[in-house]
Design a binder for this molecule. Structure first.
Ligand code: NYM
Length: 212
């Protein structure tokens, strides 16, 4: 590789753990430190596939469970050329949810195995770091009511949390667990430190493939 590549950093966690706030702060702090950084989120609701997903999440349409799983994955694959271009140009990508949410949410439904759910995402660009913002269901509840989107119930979120925990048992992915009950600034400081060291480690390594 001629120049240093950017790092692929993913934030995951149950709803209301603070992922979106922390992604925005992390991009700002990278830029302030003079490092190119770009924020992405999945689902990306702006594409044609993303609009189908958004309508499903807003309960405006119904989709068969396998079908919507494949659409979430397709929504990541359609952004892969852009992701690779940015990484190779030296831009660090900070991503709000990725394939781990895909697997955790679908496999929280009845009759879906983790193995089947991973299939369509095998080979995606592998994150250099996955930060899991951990927050107990009680602490999450104190942050306000759930919204009205699909999956936003405490019983479903608890099953999702269990699936994330199963995914974190695998050591092929660089998971780091962050206590999301701390203040916004404390969480940010932890995340920033881990992200900067992931960037240094990634700079001269080729982009790997997820779950392969
Ligand atoms: N979600 C997200 C999935 O079910 N599968 C996926 O692959 C991804 C990326 O969509 N409840 C779920 C998790 C969330 C919802 O919400 C997206 P938000 O607020 O846009 O992150």
């Amino acid at each position: 590789m001629a120049c240093k590549r950017g790092a692929l950093i993913v934030l995951e966690g149950v709803d209301r753990a603070g992922k979106t706030t922390q992604c925005t702060k992390l991009v700002e702090s990278f830029r302030e430190a003079g490092r190119a950084a770009h924020l992405m989120r999945f689902p990306d609701r702006t594409t044609t596939i993303g609009k189908l997903i958004s309508s499903y999440l807003e309960n405006k349409s119904d989709l068969e469970d396998h079908t919507v799983h494949l659409l979430f994955s397709a929504n990541r694959w359609e952004l892969v050329p852009l992701m690779k271009k940015k990484l190779e140009e030296g831009t660090t990508l900070i991503i709000d949810r990725y394939a781990f949410s895909g697997v955790a949410f679908t496999s929280a439904k009845p009759d879906f195995s983790i193995e089947w759910c991973k299939g369509p995402d095998v080979g995606l660009p592998k994150p250099d770091l996955v930060l899991y913002l951990q927050l107990s269901p009680d602490a999450a509840a104190q942050r306000g009511e759930f919204g009205t989107e699909r999956y936003e119930t405490s019983s479903f979120q608890q099953r999702v949390e269990g699936r994330f925990e199963q995914l974190m048992d695998e050591n092929s992915v660089n998971w780091q667990v962050i206590d999301a009950s701390q203040s916004i600034d404390e969480v940010h400081d932890n995340i920033k430190r881990l992200s900067l060291s992931a960037l240094t480690a990634a700079e001269h390594r080729p982009i790997a493939e997820l779950w392969r």
